[in-house]
Design a binder for this molecule. Structure first.
Ligand code: NDP
Length: 491
């Protein structure tokens, strides 16, 4: 008998490990019944409005304004006035002070923002608390540092701001995407009109309070809520000099068509179908953690999610077995519970899309596995899912599901892994799990993906550029590269 066996014999270990509920308090968030549009530093009422809900309970949280084309025009006019009346000519060191202030206020109020993000979006509080909020603040800190160093970032190129930026963001990382977009734009001296996603407007609206607290001059940032029509009005507006869009490839393509020939600058961060490639010499348990983080983080609502797992044939069986075991330990439920690993699906529409693609996977012949878990009755939920026996032609191996659904495929050689991984219209991210450094470097050169993670997945840092190839879009956000789309160069 080993020492461990002897100890286990005596240890008072319960038969079953379950977690007591550990809900985060909602009291820290004070919601208004109704929100207007934040234009020129003031709240503006609109004719139309809609209700925003919590996807985990379907509870109505607040009434939010639906911005019309006229409202968008008012916002663009306010942004232009702020641009011309001082913001663009302010010394970089002064702009930096505002950005530092915003970053610090976000840190101070991070609990409030994290709770609201989980409430409105459905993501687990431990993710909004430990990932979204720290990264959002880090983006403002990082770009604050660049604001007075643009001449050094681009020597001999005379960088100047672009003008008014129209920014359209999705619902999967509402505050973080806002930070990714606003921080570099402001650091470079632009003013902004930003449209949050229809289902998740609340943290962007709370952020307006931060802007006031930081005493950012009115009109420098304007937040216009609404659905796709509001986004389209922003794209079409002749007073906008640059569009930055994150969202679906379909809408991204439509925007690119619309902007062709207008001279407006454009960056697109679109969908993905990332390959997470596991070689037989990797640390298997570590890889399992990376696979789980890659696809079940934020319910798989992640453009760079590792939604296609490529397992080397020699380790396919132990890998899938370990993965299924690990899935049994994931806790699905209340996003505000600190023990929750997988929260609610963001909307009914998204849940329907996931269900449709999962049904297609079963119909086409893939084998489905879902761990036993009880899903709450109210709200939108989907159990963590793994598909094995997947052919490359199946829809679940081709299309972006944007949910907690993993498709497992196999390969024998590195060349085959590369060929299969690149066999997608997307090119946003990829992961490689191997002990060999030389193989990592070779794979990273072969993979057509904007980001390649080695022995990790879903790692983000404001200093590191992020963006896609092919139908995943163009332009980079983050790092020094993230400044370029917000500058013109007088060369
Ligand atoms: P969309 O691309 O429609 O939404 C992204 C943003 O664009 C939202 O703010 C949306 O507003 C806005 N928008 C919609 N239509 C237009 C338009 N014609 N012109 C300008 N802006 C517009 O994504 P969905 O939310 O509809 O999600 C559909 C699918 O897209 C998902 O299932 C997923 O596969 C993928 N997706 C990918 C993301 C990524 O980061 N790669 C992020 C989100 C979704 P509104 O919210 O009001 O519709």
């Amino acid at each position: 008998m080993t020492e461990l066996d002897r100890k286990q014999d005596r240890a008072p270990v319960p038969k079953e490990w379950t977690y007591a509920p550990a809900p985060e308090s909602r009291d820290v968030v004070k919601l208004q019944d109704r929100y207007g549009l934040f234009i020129g530093g003031e709240w503006l009422e609109t004719k139309e409005s809609y209700e925003t809900i919590s996807p985990s309970s379907e509870e109505v949280l607040a009434t939010v304004s639906q911005g019309s084309p006229e409202d968008v025009d008012t916002a663009v006019t306010a942004a232009r006035a702020a641009y011309s009346n001082g913001w663009s000519s302010l010394p970089g060191s002064e702009r930096a002070k505002y950005l530092f202030r915003i970053a610090r206020i976000l840190q101070e109020r991070s609990r409030e923002f994290a709770v609201l993000e989980s409430l409105n979006g459905g993501k687990p509080i431990k993710e909004s608390r430990d990932v979204d909020l720290p990264l959002a603040a880090a983006h403002f800190f990082y770009y604050a540092g660049w604001a007075d160093k643009l001449e050094y970032a681009f020597p001999n190129r005379k960088p100047t701001p672009v003008g008014v930026a129209g920014q359209i963001i999705p619902w999967n990382f509402p505050l973080l995407m806002l930070a990714w977009k606003l921080a570099p734009a402001l650091a470079c001296g632009n003013t902004v009109v930003l449209k949050p996603a229809e289902t998740t407007p609340l943290t962007a609206l709370l952020f307006c309070d931060v802007l006031r607290q930081a005493e950012l001059p009115p009109g420098v940032v304007n937040i216009v809520t609404g659905d796709g029509r509001t986004g389209a009005a922003l794209v079409e507006h002749p007073g906008v000099d640059k569009i930055a869009f994150t969202g679906s490839t379909e809408v991204g393509k439509a925007i690119q068509r619309q902007l062709a020939g207008t001279g407006k600058k454009l960056t697109l961060e679109l969908g993905g179908k990332a390959a997470n490639i596991v070689f037989d010499d990797c640390a298997l348990d570590q890889a399992v953690e990376g696979i789980v983080n890659g696809i079940y983080f934020n319910q798989g609502h992640v453009c760079c999610a590792g939604s296609r797992l490529f397992a080397q044939e020699s380790i396919y069986e132990p890998l899938v077995e370990k993965l299924k075991k690990r899935l049994e330990t994931l806790r699905v439920g209340d996003p505000l519970d600190k023990n929750t690993d997988v929260g609610a699906i963001n909307s009914k529409m998204q849940l329907d899309r996931i269900k449709e693609l999962v049904a297609a996977g079963e119909e086409e012949g893939a084998e489905i596995y879902q761990p036993p878990c009880v899903l709450p009755e109210k709200g939108y939920w989907f159990a963590p899912t793994v598909f094995t026996n997947v052919a490359q032609s199946y829809r679940i191996a081709q299309e972006e599901i944007f949910g907690p659904v993993l498709s497992v495929l196999t390969f024998r050689t590195p060349e085959e892994a590369v060929e299969k991984a690149n066999n997608t219209p997307y090119g946003l991210s990829a992961g490689v799990w191997t002990e060999k450094g030389s193989r990592i470097l070779w794979m990273a050169q072969q993979l057509r993906a904007g980001v390649v993670w080695a022995n990790t997945f879903n790692r983000f840092d404001p200093t590191s550029p992020f963006g896609g190839y092919k139908e995943s879009g163009f332009g980079r956000e983050g790092g020094l590269h993230g400044l370029e789309p917000y500058l013109r160069f007088d060369e």
